[in-house]
Design a protein around this ligand. Structure first.
Ligand code: URA
Length: 209
């Protein structure tokens, strides 16, 4: 069963309020998303395994923990996912990066892939898929399915905001994929926007509104 972790840290929630506000400028929006993404990266890696190694401090020898297990890969769903990458890479500098581009077919409303580039060894990595908005869930579901197709077995999904509908859709399609999110909002509107949400994440991030 999908585990949904709402990261309700006051610092993150404070920043999220200003990300939502329509009065927030593009540069502040970018900075806040980057900062929130770093905090989400911190939470989503909380259960990484560690092993103890022996080191020498200037004072004495000791055993101390380092991260062990699978290496990491961040996969951004284009284009808004890219706005979350910088903050996450600051915390996870060794992670490899993949990109998946999807657009919605205007007739079928189904996601269609136009770009897919991931590291060759992605199937050996823990893959963290990032997309600010989990709205209908269609893009996230398609991205997760595609990554499973190429052999990925360890997956997590990180979003800024999610709709209850999006969470349920991902839960139904990928019950093995845990989700970390800053907030679950009320609902989707008739245009597929999260309410109250923050508007179009890509437009606000890149100033294309
Ligand atoms: N994508 C966005 O950018 N915003 C939404 O509210 C839903 C999907």
């Amino acid at each position: 069963m999908t585990f949904v972790h709402v990261v309700d840290h006051p610092l993150l929630q404070h920043k999220l309020t200003y990300v939502r506000s329509e009065d927030t400028t593009t540069d502040n929006f970018r900075r806040l998303v980057r900062e929130i993404a770093a905090m989400l990266a911190y939470e989503v890696t909380r259960d990484l395994p560690t092993e103890r190694i022996t080191i020498r401090t200037p004072v004495a020898s000791c055993e101390a923990p380092v991260i062990s297990g699978k290496k990491l890969c961040l996969v951004s769903i284009l284009r808004a996912g890219n706005g979350m990458l910088d903050g996450m890479i600051e915390l996870l500098p060794g992670a490899r990066i993949g990109h998946i581009g999807l657009y919605r077919d205007p007739e079928t409303l189904e996601p269609v892939e136009y770009y897919f580039k991931v590291p060759d060894d992605i199937q050996d990595r823990l893959v963290i898929v990032v997309d600010p908005m989990l709205a209908t869930g269609n893009s996230a579901i398609a991205a997760l399915s595609r990554l499973k197709e190429v052999g990925v077995t360890s997956l997590k999904l990180v979003n800024l905001l999610a709709s209850p509908e999006g969470i349920e859709a991902v839960r139904a399609a990928h019950p093995d994929v845990p989700i970390a999110v800053a907030a679950i909002d009320e609902r989707l509107n008739e245009h597929g926007y999260i309410v109250p949400g923050l508007g179009d994440a890509g437009d606000r991030m890149f100033g294309t509104r």
